[in-house]
Ligand binder design. Structure first.
Ligand SMILES: NC(=O)c1ccc[n+]([C@@H]2O[C@H](COP(=O)([O-])OP(=O)(O)OC[C@H]3O[C@@H](n4cnc5c(N)ncnc54)[C@H](O)[C@@H]3O)[C@@H](O)[C@H]2O)c1
Length: 464
């Protein structure tokens, strides 16, 4: 399944692929190919960096001028990627960034890394994918390879995305045939923001084309930037593989969340249980409970499949049940917080609560779909006075469902002591947990962050 540089050239010659494919294969082999990356966010920017590092000339495209200007100035806008990534790109004469989609014709290969959010009724919103597809179509020329990276349901690349490209190409479409004149593939992204062990270069890349030639060309492209490329049978297999990976996580997180609720009633510590089960050297993989799902992937992607499943008339009960369990977690945490305050003779109304962590996971600044927003909103709805602290998120910018209009407070010892309750939603390393243990009147811990201080806290600690 893995691919090495130059092997596409041999493959193209062997299979008698057309001249457009052979020319592109040669450009990839001798590294004269130019890559365009549409969407310079969490996925597109590291992808651009990996291929640039492999030696290719890269043009970054984004409709957000602020990102292009930041790159021109050599300033980072995604904290977890680090300044050196931006320095590598901004300081290079092989990289440029632009909002001018008209320049897409300069690229031999184009990666599309735009958002795939949900609409107001939890339906897939492919408007960004289709918008990017039309832009690609308007500059489409013979010999180009286009790879969609945005997470989506099986059939999107061959259906909506190709449709948008051909729509953009308009009149010229009839003389540009996919698989002969231009090439189309899907390759899911497996970015894990903040993961210090696995990088874009070392995470294997799955690639599936609309046809064999497209698969080969896309595999050759990625082999320049990543260590292992796994070519699969079709774009649909690649699309579905990404959804399986994320649904696997969503379902397993739901399982431990349910275990947490049940075991808590029995007075059994779920974290100890997970540690104990993890000693099994085969057939078990630990997942951890929390206040709810966050991020651009796990809370969203399963709904891409459940929506599409309706088309084939098959239920997705398992996936939807996982969604239900995970979605109920913020309410469970708020309920536990209310009970803990009640124990101390306090109503939620009028209580001062400090939520620690607004980002959805530790040590990054990404707040998309973060359950902290839901926690804050629910506590406010009950009449609590809520603040948050997060060293990575100084201001709570609007997210899909919430616009809290808050700025972070400093969790100083005095501040910690002044709240009725400190609720740990995200366990950033930067928090001073010893100070929390010493000064907080009550700690509701959704992340097991306070275990080392459990004795010191005594009944001031509530796990939720
Ligand atoms: N964030 C992750 O960790 C992650 C991991 C795996 C997969 N994904 C998937 O990758 C895709 C991109 O996610 P992301 O997190 O990088 O999103 P993002 O919001 O960080 O970045 C997307 C970028 O695309 C730009 N954009 C939107 N429409 C455009 C257009 N028509 N032309 C040019 N630029 C356009 C936006 O301005 C933005 O900068 C999504 O499908 C997501 O599900 C994300």
């Amino acid at each position: 399944m893995s691919q090495t540089r130059g092997s596409a050239v041999a493959e193209m010659n062997h299979t008698g692929a057309g001249s457009a494919a052979q020319t592109l294969a040669q450009r990839l082999a001798d590294q004269t190919a130019v890559v365009g990356v549409i969407g310079l966010g969490y996925v597109g920017l590291p992808a651009a960096h990996a291929l640039h590092r492999g030696g290719l000339r890269v043009i970054g495209f984004d409709i957000d001028p602020a990102k292009i200007e930041a790159l021109d100035r050599g300033e980072q806008y995604l904290e977890h990627l680090g300044q050196s990534l931006v320095d590598d790109l901004s300081g290079s004469d092989r990289f440029s960034a632009t909002t001018d989609m008209g320049r897409l014709g300069e690229a031999d290969a184009i990666l599309v890394c735009v958002p795939t959010p949900l609409g107001p009724h939890r339906e897939p919103d492919l408007s960004y994918v289709e918008g990017a597809g039309r832009a690609v179509g308007r500059s489409l020329r013979r010999g180009q390879l286009v790879v969609l990276e945005s997470t989506t349901y099986p059939g999107t690349t061959r259906g909506e995305f190709l449709g948008a490209i051909l729509e953009g190409a308009g009149e010229r479409a009839h003389d540009l045939t996919p698989g002969r004149d231009f090439f189309l593939a899907f390759s899911p992204e497996r970015e894990d923001p903040g993961n210090a062990i696995h990088t874009t270069r070392t995470i294997p890349k799955v690639v599936g084309g609309l046809d064999e030639t497209s698969t080969q060309l896309a595999a050759s492209l990625y082999a320049i930037g990543v260590e292992t490329v796994c070519a699969v049978a079709s774009a649909e297999v690649a699309e579905a593989a990404k959804l399986l990976e994320n649904i696997f996580r969503a379902v397993n997180i739901a399982l431990v969340n349910e275990m947490k609720v049940v075991l808590s009633e029995m007075g059994v510590d779920v974290w100890e249980v997970i540690r104990a089960a993890s000693t099994k050297p085969f057939g078990f993989m630990p997942f951890y409970p929390g206040p709810g799902l966050g991020g651009h992937c796990i809370p969203i992607d399963p709904f891409y499949l459940t929506w599409k499943a309706k088309e084939v008339g098959r239920p997705t009960r398992f996936i939807e049940l996982a969604g239900e369990v995970n979605t109920a977690m913020p309410e469970y945490v708020v309920h536990k917080t209310a009970l803990a305050l009640n124990e101390r003779g306090r109503a939620v109304r009028g209580s001062r609560v400090l939520v620690l962590g607004l980002a959805y996971k530790p040590d990054i600044d990404d707040t998309r779909e973060s359950p902290s927003f839901e926690l804050i909103q629910r506590l406010r709805d009950l009449g609590a006075e809520v603040d948050y602290a997060d060293p990575h998120v100084p201001r709570a910018l609007p997210v899909r469902k919430h616009d809290l209009g808050m700025t972070a407070v400093e969790p100083t010892p005095e501040a910690l002591a002044s709240y009725d309750c400190v609720l740990i939603a995200t366990a950033h390393k930067a928090f001073d947990y010893a100070a929390i243990a010493e000064h907080a009147r009550l700690v509701v811990d959704t992340r097991d962050a306070m275990r080392p201080w459990a004795d010191a806290l005594g009944d001031r600690l509530v796990r939720a």
